[in-house]
Design a protein around this ligand. Structure first.
Ligand code: FE2
Length: 298
């Protein structure tokens, strides 16, 4: 799908001042308006995760972080990160106000643009935030966009999303689960043991520890249709993490047209977030279910 450049329509008052808003929802990163507190929040979160992630996050993620030269020197400028990112994989970061409608989000990914919320959480929200902010979007998602295979996977996901959007809400739900259990909460098996690549995990101190160290959650080998048919938690740590063998496996599994998969899945009831399928799952850890909430999955 051809993308027309963002068209400036008006300035809008936001909680960060008078920000130019474009027809597509893309804004300029209002870097000069970040407060000392904003930069401090970034530094605190950055330092905390960087201390925790070696030996937990996959090497590709850690390499990406290092290559961008992000650090404890305040909120990075997207324009500077883009010089590195675009040269490496043709991706670019665009600043947005927050969560986007599905079709707008898919269009960005399909065109190798990753939307990043330009605002950062407040000091009393270091541990939990219900919507994605700059730290989650940038620190969590952007380092892996330097990995060519993962970068291609993200674009393919965007293209798949555009297609699913045309098929219907159930197809979209199947695809959302795939994103959730890979891009947000994925683990990868390496010769050194399981490692994190999901953005929802690497941007969370508590879940960076829980997902690998706790016996409570299931850790199960990635299987495309299994994942697309599994509900998830939005109110707590995940009950199940799916483990890929490599980014190549992920990319190749998602290359075929999903249309027949959506048709098959429509006839099957979804699995609960904490289910283990004894006959077919490749189980790395059979969760003890300790501390699991009993209310409904998403
Ligand atoms: Fe995210």
């Amino acid at each position: 799908m051809e993308h027309t450049p963002p068209r400036k329509v008006e300035h809008q008052q936001t909680d960060r001042g008078y920000v130019p808003v474009y027809a597509t929802g893309v804004v300029e990163q209002p870097w000069d308006s970040y407060s000392a507190t904003d930069h401090e929040v970034w530094n605190t979160l950055y330092a905390r995760q960087c201390k925790l992630l070696p030996g937990r996050a996959c090497q590709e993620f850690l390499d990406g972080l290092a290559r961008f030269g992000m650090g404890e020197k305040g909120i990075p400028k997207f324009s500077e990160l883009n010089e590195v990112l675009t040269a490496a994989t043709g991706w670019q970061i665009v600043a947005v106000e927050g969560l986007l409608p599905d079709e707008v989000f898919f269009d960005h990914l399909a065109n190798r643009r990753f939307p990043v919320s330009w605002w950062i959480r407040k000091p009393d929200q270091l541990d939990y935030l219900s919507e994605p902010d700059l730290f989650h979007d940038l620190f969590g998602h952007v380092p892996l966009l330097l990995n060519p295979v993962f970068a291609d996977y993200m674009q393919a996901y965007g293209r798949g999303g555009m297609k699913a959007f045309g098929i219907g809400p159930e197809a979209l739900m199947n695809l959302t689960r795939l994103y959730w259990y890979t891009v947000e909460f994925g683990l990868i098996d390496t010769p050194d043991g399981l490692r994190i690549y999901g953005a929802g995990i690497v941007s969370s101190k508590g879940e960076s520890i829980y997902c690998l160290d706790s016996e409570a959650p299931n850790r199960i080998g990635f299987d495309l249709e299994r994942v697309m048919n599994t509900r998830y938690r939005i109110d707590s740590y995940q009950q199940t993490y799916f483990v890929i063998d490599s980014f190549e496996q992920l990319f190749e599994a998602t290359t075929p047209d999903f249309t027949p998969i959506y048709a098959r899945l429509a006839a099957r009831p979804p699995h609960a977030a904490g289910d283990v399928l004894d006959t077919s799952d490749r189980v790395f850890n059979y969760g003890t279910r300790e501390g699991w909430a009993t209310n409904a999955d998403t």
